[in-house]
Design a binder for this molecule. Structure first.
Ligand code: SAM
Ligand code: SF4
Length: 528
């Protein structure tokens, strides 16, 4: 059931290179398990690789980049040429080239932007097809077993087309998790590199070119990843800023503390400087990123709290929207709600993963809060002076989840009134404490529970979105349909709003849109 809008093809990336990637990711998103209430291809941007993120348009990009000073990018000198279409021609372009494919969450998307920046700044050219590349890099996810399987099946495809001398590298979470074992399972891979070592990639590739057979970069406790000299942004209007890396929370089912290492926060001055540079380049929306973004602890003498950082970013001249994800319930305080209330530029959307509605199960998951404590935070958000949209992540079928536990998750949906839920079947992961827990839930039962949960949430979303018909929202226009005069964008509260407009040059601009109809996952309307 759609709403008459069609954005399935024209979600273009910054250049042809990214268009290809987005097309592939759309296909993956359609296949992927666990996506909540996904009735159209206009999925909301969620955690853990739920949907394609950036929506941009090449024409808009050309005008956006037109004002850039040649020879610099993000204020850094480059040794090649940055063309108006976003393509960077390095000094050795044509000799050294890379193809980069990304699978996973927004953190992975942003890591890939940094990887591309690092290589472009060192004279590599980015190409659109793996067969044209000297180096193929695959940035991976291992959060669930299916994601990990997908990586190996894709690596199998690369094997079939691999040319003499071509380097195939695995980056990201699966690289960190499997380490050198990847060489055993896929001997045609010669580079394995975790997210903390990306700055060293040019040197690692050079070693391979010099005759080394295999190389790994698997340190995971440095903060080097924050400060890549060049970040090649995929979206001309919305940019990511990493403020905290890794995770110290140790939820019993999760590989992230292992694959991304311990929690490291970035100095507030550095975060704010990146925000200013982005605003100077014309970005009006930024998203502060971290696995537990609100656990941010400023390592500098300023000791800014997360909410202070949000406010300071929102006060940056030219900044119109500040998003943040993902928040951990334990560290979610009233100061964040107050910041959202006081600063319209801070988007009124909070992604607050609950995982389960049962206190017993939350304890087994080591989530560090009870159902009641979580619902207190929800109460805080629901009682805010400004309406705040809440979304969440849920795992069904965790070991030992009883019917009663599951029922409590269903009643929590009713209480929390989420605007979107990303629900996943529990997937046992290597190196995690839950791997050895008893009372595994059979796959069919996990699927049944997932279906019941999604059906309940769908009803909630139908009712909540229907209440928005007749209201007007500000939308940042991000995509154009193949159909004439049809566009799409996000509201501050992160709803997708498809709309008609007689005006053609609206991409990247903000427009007031009146909602005329709704569906479980999106709204439709007309520009005012
Ligand atoms: N840091 C965030 C938090 O505290 O909720 C979440 C990050 S995790 C990368 C994203 C989501 O993946 C989690 O919220 C959880 O719902 C899901 N997830 C993580 N490990 C999983 C597993 N082993 N099986 C199923 N889902 C999992
Ligand atoms: Fe994983 Fe828990 Fe850390 Fe989120 S808070 S990344 S779920 S360990």
């Amino acid at each position: 059931m759609g709403n008459g809008f069609d954005f399935s093809v024209e979600r273009l990336g910054r250049t042809g290179v990214l268009s290809e990637r987005l097309k592939r990711r759309q296909a993956e998103a359609r296949e992927r398990e666990g996506q909540a209430i996904s009735e159209t291809s206009n999925e909301t941007q969620g955690p853990c690789g739920n949907a394609a993120g950036g929506v941009a348009e090449e024409e808009g990009l050309a005008s956006r980049l037109a004002g850039l000073k040649p020879g610099t990018y993000m204020g850094q000198p480059l040794d090649g040429e940055l063309k108006a279409n976003g393509e960077y021609i390095g000094v050795d372009a044509g000799v050294r080239s890379f193809y980069l494919e990304t699978f996973g969450c927004q953190m992975n998307d942003h890591d890939s932007e940094k990887v591309a920046g690092v290589l472009l700044a060192r004279g590599y050219a980015q190409v659109e097809r793996p067969e044209d590349a000297g180096v193929i890099l695959y940035n991976t996810c291992s959060i669930r077993e299916k994601a990990a399987q997908k990586v190996f099946s894709r690596l199998g495809e690369y094997k079939l087309t691999k040319k003499e001398g071509q380097v195939i590298g695995v980056l990201g979470c699966l690289a960190q998790q499997e380490g050198e074992e990847i060489f055993e399972r896929a001997p045609w891979v010669s580079l394995v590199c975790g997210s903390a070592s990306y700055r060293k990639l040019p040197e690692m590739i050079a070693e391979l070119e010099a005759g080394n057979r295999r190389i790994t970069g698997l340190d995971n406790d440095t903060d080097e990843t924050f400060e890549t000299p060049v970040t090649r942004r995929d979206n001309p209007w919305r940019a990511y800023i990493t403020i905290i890396e890794g995770c110290d929370k140790a939820c019993s089912y999760c590989v992230v503390p292992f694959t991304r290492g311990p929690e490291r926060s970035r100095a507030s001055a550095s975060v704010l400087e990146e925000g200013r540079q982005l605003a100077a380049l014309g970005y009006t929306e930024v998203q502060l990123l971290g696995q537990t973004v609100n656990s941010y602890a400023d390592p500098s003498a300023r000791k800014m709290r997360f909410s202070d950082l949000l406010v300071a970013t929102a006060e940056t001249a030219g900044m119109r929207r500040v998003r943040f994800t993902t928040s951990h319930p334990r560290d979610f305080g009233v100061d964040i709600v107050q910041a959202i209330e006081a600063y319209p530029a801070i988007c009124n959307h909070v992604h607050l993963p609950v995982q389960s509605g049962s206190t017993e199960l939350l304890a087994k998951m080591a989530r560090t809060y009870t159902r009641e404590e979580y619902l207190e935070k929800i109460g805080m958000l629901q009682g805010a002076k400004r309406e705040i949209s809440i979304t969440t992540d849920i795992i069904v079928g965790f070991p030992g989840e009883t019917e009663k536990d599951f029922e409590e998750t269903l009643t929590l949906l009713d209480a929390a009134q989420y605007d979107a839920v990303f629900a996943f079947k529990y997937s046992p992961r290597p190196n995690t404490p839950s791997l050895t827990m008893e009372d595994a839930i059979p796959e069919e039962e996990k699927s049944r529970r997932l279906g019941v949960l999604l059906a309940r949430q769908r009803e909630i979303q139908i009712a909540r979105n229907a209440k928005l018909v007749g209201r007007t929202f500000e939308v940042m226009v991000e995509g154009r349909s193949r159909r004439e005069n049809q566009f799409m964008g996000h509201t501050s509260c992160n709803r997708i709003l498809n709309f008609t407009s007689p005006e053609q040059e609206v991409l990247g601009h903000y427009r007031q849109v009146r909602v005329t109809s709704s569906s479980p996952n999106s709204l439709a309307g007309e520009v005012e």
